[in-house]
Design a protein around this ligand. Structure first.
Ligand code: ADP
Ligand code: MG
Length: 470
């Protein structure tokens, strides 16, 4: 028997749905949330139904907390929200309360019936719909090869020239963010298409794959989905890690994968981790993924970053002094996308003001980017290092003691906190035993004076600074 549902509860539910719709927007709401129906409230638990396991898992992980908070705001007695897959026999709210309090018709029968999809998730009709647009910039020509990526690049070239070469199917490329995985995948796709326009290459992110799969489930067009996917010559799935924990989609991908490989079609996959580290991916799929060629993109080196900058500057036909490129290649180390972004900003700035790019202008324009890449020092670290250096306890840094041998090092620590962190004076004061910002100000000016007057003291402070900065 379904738990009881009162008119009041239904009104709450309608408000919650309306709130959610406002918060997430119409498209998202229609895609994921519209099919929710309220089953009822059982012992402090609101039970919500959805027609598929997939939707249930999705809504649970993405909106579960929000649903619970919204319920609690409506009715403090509701402490949990449970989302279930509705069995067809289970009556939902469809024929319960008066339509006046319902946000929209949301009966179970209606939920399960096929309905037109919003355009962006319409089930595939034409194959072209499947081929995600490729970025024109991402070709082999514009990819700069260096030690960290030469292996992945060679594998990508090989697959582009001869898809389904023995030992190269699937090609699994992995590496950190912004190291060129997507660039290489698009380059493969461009090259294959160029070589033979009749070949169909389907490139999509794992997220898109899932999205389309769910849309197909909802519109009861999974057969079409499968057929379309299985008719491509090359399937590329980017950022596979997105499928971690998404069992249904993995299952579907696994079958597609096998079907394609059996037909001699090429698969290319990218991920942020090697197959063996993809916890949350089914074992059999993980094994399959690792049985072709696994190629990693390593973190960039200084030389590669410099070459990339030179290539990009040349392509943009701008004159960037070597010193500026060196500065960027030294400071922006994590991700090529950021490196590119920095260069673009410099160029835009130079164009805008009609001034050449110089080291000074780079510092000025990229002040925030460069600073974000400087080593961050915390106030605790400063306090610890200073206390150690002067043979004090960490608690002396925040204590009220005013003895000179404690007060002076504390002032040094405040001074360093001002110099090495982004914290404001009041914030620094608070962290030093709730002192006033004027105390910090005094400490900063006192230490600055002493540095000028006392060489030994200055040396001490410089040493501490160096230890903290490196
Ligand atoms: P990922 O997919 O690994 O996160 P992308 O392929 O999107 O990274 O690369 C991020 C940006 O850096 C892109 O604009 C790409 O063109 C550029 N990029 C990365 N590696 C290289 C490289 N070796 N040569 C030229 N551009 C690169
Ligand atoms: Mg990418």
């Amino acid at each position: 028997m379904p738990p009881e549902t009162s008119g009041q509860m239904v009104a709450c539910w309608a408000r919650i749905r309306a709130r959610l719709r406002d918060e997430v927007g119409e498209v998202e709401y229609r895609t994921w949330l519209r099919q929710m129906t309220l089953h009822g409230i059982e012992g402090g638990e609101a039970v919500i139904l959805l027609p598929t396991r997939f939707l249930r898992d999705w809504v649970n992980s993405h909106y579960g907390d929000r649903l619970r908070a919204l319920w609690q705001a409506e009715d403090a007695a509701v402490r949990r929200v449970e989302i279930r897959v509705a069995a067809a026999a289970e009556p939902a709210m469809a024929d319960g309360p008066a339509p006046a309090v319902r946000a929209e018709p949301a009966g179970l029968a209606e939920s399960l019936a096929p309905r037109p999809m919003p355009p962006e998730i319409r089930a595939p009709e034409a194959r072209s719909d499947w081929v995600a647009p490729l970025e024109p910039r991402f070709t082999f020509d514009t990819f700069v090869v260096g030690k960290p990526n030469e292996f992945a690049h060679a594998c990508a070239r090989r697959v582009a020239e001869r898809p389904n070469s023995p030992g190269f199917n699937p090609l699994f490329m992995y590496g950190g963010v912004g190291l060129g995985k997507t660039h290489l995948m698009h380059a493969i796709a461009w090259a294959i298409r160029e070589g033979d326009t009749a070949r169909t290459v389907a490139y999509m992110s794992a997220e898109k794959f899932m999205y389309r799969f769910i849309a197909a489930l909802r519109s009861q067009s999974t057969m079409e989905f499968k057929e379309t996917l299985r008719s491509v010559d090359v399937l590329m799935i980017d950022d596979l890690q997105f499928l971690i924990g998404k069992d249904n989609t993995q299952e579907e991908f696994f079958h597609t994968f096998n079907a394609l490989v059996d037909q001699g079609k090429q698969i290319v996959v990218s991920s942020d981790k090697p197959p063996s580290d993809l916890a949350g991916i089914e074992d059999r799929l993980r094994t399959r993924l690792g049985c072709g060629m696994v190629a990693d993109l390593h973190a960039t080196t200084y030389e590669l970053r410099l070459s990339i900058l030179q290539a990009k500057a040349a392509a943009a036909q701008v004159l960037v002094p070597p010193k500026v490129m060196e500065l960027l290649a030294t400071k922006i180390t994590s991700n090529v996308r950021e490196l590119e972004g920095a260069l673009n900003r410099l160029v835009a700035h130079a164009n805008l003001f009609g001034r050449p790019i110089t080291v000074d202008s780079a510092h000025e324009v990229l002040h925030d980017v460069l600073r974000a890449h400087e080593k961050r020092v915390s106030i605790e670290e400063i306090q610890r290092k200073v206390a150690e250096h002067y043979n004090l306890r960490l608690t002396d840094m925040v204590s009220a003691r005013r003895a000179r041998n404690v007060a002076r090092p504390r002032q040094v620590a405040m001074y360093l906190a001002k110099q090495l962190t982004q914290r404001s004076l009041p914030e620094i004061g608070r962290r030093f035993g709730n002192r006033d910002h004027t105390t910090v100000m005094h400490a900063v000016s006192r230490v600055s004076e002493l540095i000028i007057q006392d060489a030994a003291f200055a040396e001490d402070v410089a040493l501490l600074r160096k230890m903290l900065e490196t």
